[in-house]
Design a protein around this ligand. Structure first.
Ligand SMILES: Nc1ncnc2c1ncn2[C@@H]1O[C@H](COP(=O)(O)OP(=O)(O)OP(=O)(O)O)[C@@H](O)[C@H]1O
Ligand code: SF4
Ligand SMILES: [Mg+2]
Length: 322
C-alpha cells in the first residue's frame, strides 16, 4: 500500500545563538491511509514532538528542517506554497498538541477556536461553523455553556477533549496526538484514550500517537517506532516489539516497565546527559549499552530489516561482526 505520509531521512535542527541541537537525525517513517495507527515512543528530548510537528509542516524558528523529504500522497510538503500549506494543515493532517498552550488562546472562548479553524480554511459560513463546533464539542463530551468557557476554565481532561474536537473539525485524514494524556490522572487518561480510539475508528482516520509510555500503545496502534536521541532505533508491529524487543534501548524500556513496580533500586536508574549522547560518534546509545563493542564506538548503526517486519538499528545483529 502506498503511504499517506512519508518522511525520508528527515533532519531537523534548532539553532539558539551559537548552539545547534539536531533533534531529528535522519528519521524515515511511513504512515498508511485509512485507519493505520503508528505509535512513537521515546524518552524526553528524543525528538517525538519534533517529528509530529514536522509531519504537519509546523517546524518554526528557531527550528528548521535541514535535510530529507516529506511527502503527503504525491505532494512534496517541503515545496508547498504558503497557501497550499494553509490548506493542508487541519484539513489533511491535524494535531492534538502536547500542551494546550500551543493550541488555545487564553482570551478566546473554546468554541470560537473551532469556529475559526473551520471558517479560515473552508467556505463554511460563520453560523454553520458555530453549529458544527457545538456539535463537535458535544460529541467529545463538552456540552451546554462549557462550549463558551475560556480554555483556562476547563479542566485538563476537558481541554484535551476540546483539542480533539478542534483537530477533527475539518475531517482530516491523519490525526497526530502528541502525549494527549500525559498530564492527566489515570481515570481521565482512560476516558480520553477511549474517546480518541472511538473517534479515530468512527471516522476511519490514520493516527500517529506519541507517548513516552510504551504499554499504553498495546491495543491502540498497529506499529511502533522507538526513538532515541533523534533517531528511530526500532520499528515494527507493537505486540512484536513489546513481547520481543530487539534494540538494547527497547529492551531497557520494556524491562524497566517490568521492574519499576517491584524492587528497582534508585541507584540502578542512572540519569544520562542527552546532549552528550546525541553528539556521540558511532552508536548514540553506546554510553548506556551493556552490549557495546568496538564497532559501536565509531560506526553509526543503520535501521535495517531484521526479523519479519521488525527494523532495528544495532550492530549486534550483523552476523559478520557480532
Ligand atoms: N523550540 C525549541 N527550541 C530549541 N530546542 C528545541 C525546541 N524544541 C525542541 N528542542 C530540542 O530538540 C530536542 C527534541 O525535542 P522534542 O520536544 O522533539 O522531544 P520530545 O521527545 O517531544 O520530548 P518530551 O517527551 O519532553 O516532549 C530536545 O533536545 C529539545 O531540547
Ligand atoms: S550498536 Fe552497539 S552500542 Fe548501539 S545498541 Fe547496538 S550493541 Fe549497543
Ligand atoms: Mg514532546
Amino acid at each position: 500500500m502506498d503511504p499517506l505520509l512519508r518522511a525520508s531521512d528527515l533532519v531537523v535542527e534548532y539553532n539558539i545563538g551559537r548552539s545547534t541541537t539536531r533533534a531529528l537525525q535522519g528519521v524515515s517513517i511511513d504512515v498508511y491511509p485509512s485507519g493505520y495507527k503508528l505509535g512513537v515512543v521515546g524518552e524526553s528530548g528524543s525528538g517525538k514532538t519534533t517529528l509530529g510537528l514536522s509531519m504537519m509542516d509546523l517546524i518554526e524558528p528557531p527550528g528548521r528542517i535541514v535535510g530529507g523529504q516529506l511527502e503527503y500522497g504525491k505532494k512534496n510538503l517541503l515545496e508547498m506554497s504558503p497557501e497550499e500549506v494553509r490548506r493542508f494543515r487541519w484539513r489533511e493532517v491535524a494535531m492534538v498538541f502536547q500542551s494546550a498552550m500551543n493550541a488555545f488562546s487564553p482570551v478566546k472562548r473554546t468554541a470560537d477556536h473551532i469556529v475559526e479553524v473551520i471558517t479560515e480554511r473552508s467556505e463554511t459560513p460563520k453560523a454553520e461553523a458555530r453549529e458544527k463546533a457545538l456539535s463537535l464539542l458535544s460529541e467529545v463530551g463538552i456540552q451546554g455553556e462549557h462550549a463558551d468557557d475560556f480554555p483556562h476554565e476547563l479542566s485538563g481532561g476537558m481541554k484535551q477533549r476540546a483539542m480533539i474536537a478542534m483537530a477533527l473539525a475539518l475531517s482530516p485524514k491523519l490525526l497526530i496526538a502528541d502525549e494527549p494524556t500525559s498530564a492527566l490522572d489515570v481515570v481521565v487518561q482512560k476516558q480520553i484514550l477511549f474517546l480518541l480510539k472511538r473517534e479515530v475508528s468512527r471516522l476511519g482516520l490514520s493516527l500517529v500517537f506519541i507517548t513516552h509510555d510504551l504499554p499504553l500503545l498495546r491495543g491502540l496502534v498497529d506499529d511502533v517506532a522507538v526513538m532515541f536521541a533523534g533517531e528511530v532505533v526500532e520499528k515494527g508491529p507493537v505486540s512484536r516489539v513489546l513481547n520481543g524487543p530487539m534494540h538494547p534501548y527497547t529492551e531497557q524500556l520494556v524491562s524497566s516497565l517490568l521492574t519499576l513496580d517491584t524492587d528497582t533500586k534508585a541507584s540502578e536508574i542512572t540519569s544520562f546527559d542527552f546532549s552528550k549522547e546525541a553528539a556521540a560518534e558511532g552508536c548514540r546509545y553506546r554510553l548506556r549499552c551493556k552490549y557495546a563493542f568496538e564497532r559501536c564506538r565509531h560506526e553509526r548503526p543503520l535501521l535495517k530489516k531484521r526479523e519479519g517486519d521488525v527494523y532495528v538499528a544495532c550492530h549486534k545483529y550483523d552476523e559478520s561482526t557480532a
